[in-house]
Ligand binder design. Structure first.
Ligand code: FAD
Ligand code: NAD
Length: 470
C-alpha cells in the first residue's frame, strides 16, 4: 500500500541498518533522470528493486539544472519584452517550480511505483554494494550505476570551489543574488544559457571560452551565431581566452587583461562520478564505458553480465532525454525485450533565444570517421513564418539551418540550427538522422505552410539537386 501522509512517506524510506544483508532483484545507485525512471519501471513490472540515493531523489535536473534554468530563461525572455517579472519574482517562480528543492514528491512517486528506497552513500565492491560503509546489499539480476556527474573546477591559481565568490550552476540556480558583475568560465550550454539569464536581468556578464568559438563541439558558425545573439544582450563574449589566475577580490587574470567580478560561475563541463569503481574500465573523461546494452566493461574490456551504467556517468549524451533513453534500454533488457541502444538521433539543444538545435554529426566528427559530406545552409529569416512573426534581417537575431549529408548516398548525417523555437521545428531532423532518411526524401516531404519547419525544404532541395548533378 503506497504511503499517503508526509510522516508515512518519510518512514517508508529505509535506513542502511534495516537493509543489511538484503538481496534484491535489481539495485539502482542514483535516482536522477537515469536511475529514477528505471527503478520505477522495473518495480512496476514486479521486480524487487532497491534504489540508493545519497542526496535528492530525482537527481539534478528537477532542482538545480534543466528545470530551474529553463524557468529563468523564460522569465528573462518575458523580462526583456515587458520589464516583468523582476529578478526577485523570477527567482520566486523558479523556486516554486523546483518544489523549493525538496524531493518529497519524487520520493512519493518512487514509493508508489513499488521501489524500496534508502538514503545512503553507496560504495561498490565485487558482487555487493555498501551503504554508508555500514550495511551490505546484493543483487541477483542487476546492479545499475546511475551516479551522474559533478561540475569540474579547473586547477587554476586562486580558484577553489569553496573560495569566496565562486559558483557552479548548482549555486547559481539556487541563489537569489543578482551579481552586478558576473564572469562565466566556459561557453558551453550552461555558460550560454546563464549568460542570457543574468545579462537580461541587468548583470554585466563576461563570458570566457577557451576555444575559438562558443559551443565548440558544434559547427563553428553556430557558436558564432550564439556569440552574436549574446552580444546583442550586452554580454562581453571573449573566445580563445584562458583564465590564468584568480586574485583576491575576484580579479580574473587572462592573457588579454584583467576582469573584476562579484561572482565567477565555473561551467567548463562535468566529471562522471565513479568513486569506488576502479576495477571497471574508464574512458578519457573518467566515464564508465558500456556496450550497446549499457553493460559496463571491466578492466580488459569484457562487458560484465549483470552490471549496467546509465546517464551522465557514461558521458554518452549527457542530457535528461539521453538518461531517460538509456534507462529504457536497460529496462527492456531486464524485462526480456532487449535491443541495442541507438544514440544517433539524440538532439542537443541550448534553450537560449534564439534556440540552438543540433543532432548527429558535425562536419568535423564526420570527417574524423572518414565520411565525405556535403552541406547546405538556409537563412530561416527567409521563411514566410519569419515574415509573419516580423523576425526580419533588421532584427539581427540569427536564424539559420544547416543540413549535413553523406556525399555519396545523400543520407542525412547531421543538422544544426539556430532560431526561434528551433527545438520544436527542427525535431523531425533527429528522427531523420536516426532513420537514415536521405535529403532527397526530406526535399520531397511537404512541410506545413507557414511553419518554421518549411526552412527544412530549401537546404534539402539544394542538396538533392547537387547530388543529382554530382
Ligand atoms: C545547469 C544545467 C542545465 C541543464 N539543462 C538541461 C536541459 O535543459 N535539458 C537536458 O536534457 N539536460 C540538461 N542538463 C543535463 C541533465 O541535467 C543531466 O544530463 C541529467 O540530469 C543526468 O541525469 P543522471 O541521472 O545521469 O544524473 P543525476 O541527475 O546527477 O543523478 C545522479 C544521482 O546519483 C546520486 N549519487 C551519486 N553518487 C552516489 C552514491 N555513491 N551513492 C548514492 N547516490 C549517489 C546523486 O546524488 C544524484 O542524485 C542540464 C545540466 C545542468 C547542470
Ligand atoms: N540545454 C541543455 O541540454 C543543457 C544545458 C546546460 C547543461 N547541459 C549539460 O550539462 C553539462 C555541463 O555543461 P557545461 O556547459 O558546463 O559543459 P560543456 O562541456 O558542454 O562545455 C564546457 C565549455 O567550457 C569550455 N572550457 C573548458 N575548459 C575551459 C577553461 N579552462 N577556460 C574556458 N573555457 C573552458 C569548453 O571548451 C566548453 O565550451 C553538459 O553535459 C551539458 O550537455 C545541458
Amino acid at each position: 500500500m503506497a504511503p499517503k501522509h508526509d510522516d508515512e512517506v518519510a518512514e517508508a524510506v529505509r535506513t542502511p541498518a534495516q537493509l543489511d544483508g538484503s538481496r534484491y532483484d535489481v539495485v539502482v545507485v542514483g535516482t536522477g533522470s537515469a536511475g529514477k525512471p528505471l527503478a520505477s519501471e522495473l518495480a512496476k513490472a514486479g521486480l524487487r528493486v532497491l534504489a540508493v540515493e545519497r542526496h535528492r531523489v530525482g537527481g539534478e535536473c528537477a532542482y538545480v539544472a534543466c528545470v530551474p534554468s529553463k524557468s529563468m530563461l523564460l522569465a528573462a525572455r518575458r523580462h526583456r519584452a515587458s520589464g516583468s517579472p523582476s529578478f526577485a519574482e523570477a527567482v520566486a517562480l523558479r523556486d516554486k517550480i523546483v518544489w523549493h528543492r525538496s524531493d518529497h514528491k519524487a520520493v512519493e512517486g518512487m514509493l508508489e511505483a513499488g521501489v524500496e528506497l534508502v538514503r545512503a552513500s553507496a560504495a561498490f565492491s565485487p558482487g555487493a554494494v555498501q551503504l554508508d560503509g555500514t550495511a551490505t546489499v546484493r543483487w541477483s539480476r542487476a546492479l545499475v550505476i546511475a551516479t551522474g556527474a559533478d561540475a569540474v573546477i579547473p586547477k587554476i591559481d586562486g580558484l577553489q570551489q569553496d573560495a569566496a565568490g565562486i559558483w557552479t550552476s548548482d549555486q547559481a540556480l539556487s541563489s537569489d543574488e543578482l551579481p552586478p558583475r558576473l564572469a562565466i568560465l566556459g561557453g558551453g550550454p550552461i555558460g550560454c544559457e546563464l549568460a542570457e539569464v543574468y545579462a537580461s536581468f541587468g548583470s554585466q556578464v563576461t563570458l570566457l571560452e577557451a576555444a575559438p568559438t562558443l559551443l565548440p563541439r558544434e559547427q563553428p558558425w553556430l557558436g558564432e551565431a550564439m556569440a552574436q545573439a549574446l552580444r546583442r544582450l550586452g554580454v562581453d563574449v571573449r573566445t580563445s581566452t584562458e583564465l590564468t589566475a584568480v586574485q583576491p577580490g575576484l580579479v580574473l587574470q587572462t592573457a588579454q587583461g584583467e576582469i573584476a567580478a562579484e561572482r565567477l560561475l565555473v561551467a567548463i563541463g562535468k566529471r562522471p562520478l565513479t568513486e569506488g569503481l576502479e576495477n571497471l574500465e574508464l574512458g578519457e573523461k573518467g566515464e564508465l564505458l558500456v556496450d550497446a546494452r549499457m553493460r559496463v566493461r571491466a578492466n580488459g574490456g569484457e562487458a560484465l553480465a549483470d552490471v549496467f551504467a546509465i546517464g551522465d556517468v557514461t558521458a554518452l549524451n549527457p542530457y535528461t532525454h539521453g538518461a531517460n533513453y538509456q534507462a529504457r534500454v536497460v529496462a527492456d533488457e531486464l524485462l526480456g525485450r532487449g535491443r541495442d541502444a541507438d544514440h544517433s538521433g539524440t538532439p542537443r539543444v541550448v534553450y537560449t533565444d534564439p534556440t540552438v538545435f543540433a543532432v548527429g554529426e558535425t562536419e568535423r566528427t564526420a570527417a574524423d570517421q572518414g565520411l565525405r559530406t556535403v552541406s547546405a545552409r538556409f537563412d530561416v529569416t527567409g521563411t514566410t513564418r519569419a515574415a509573419v512573426e516580423a523576425v526580419e534581417q533588421a532584427d539581427d537575431r540569427p536564424a539559420s539551418l544547416e543540413l549535413i549529408a553523406d556525399a555519396s548516398s545523400g543520407v542525412l548525417l547531421g543538422a544544426a540550427a539556430i532560431g526561434p523555437e528551433a527545438d520544436s521545428w527542427a525535431a523531425e531532423l533527429a528522427l531523420a538522422v536516426r532513420a537514415r532518411i536521405t535529403v532527397q526524401a526530406l526535399a520531397d516531404q511537404p512541410h506545413a505552410f507557414p511553419s518554421w519547419a518549411e526552412a527544412i525544404g530549401s537546404p534539402a532541395q539544394e542538396l538533392a539537386a547537387r547530388l543529382r548533378t554530382a
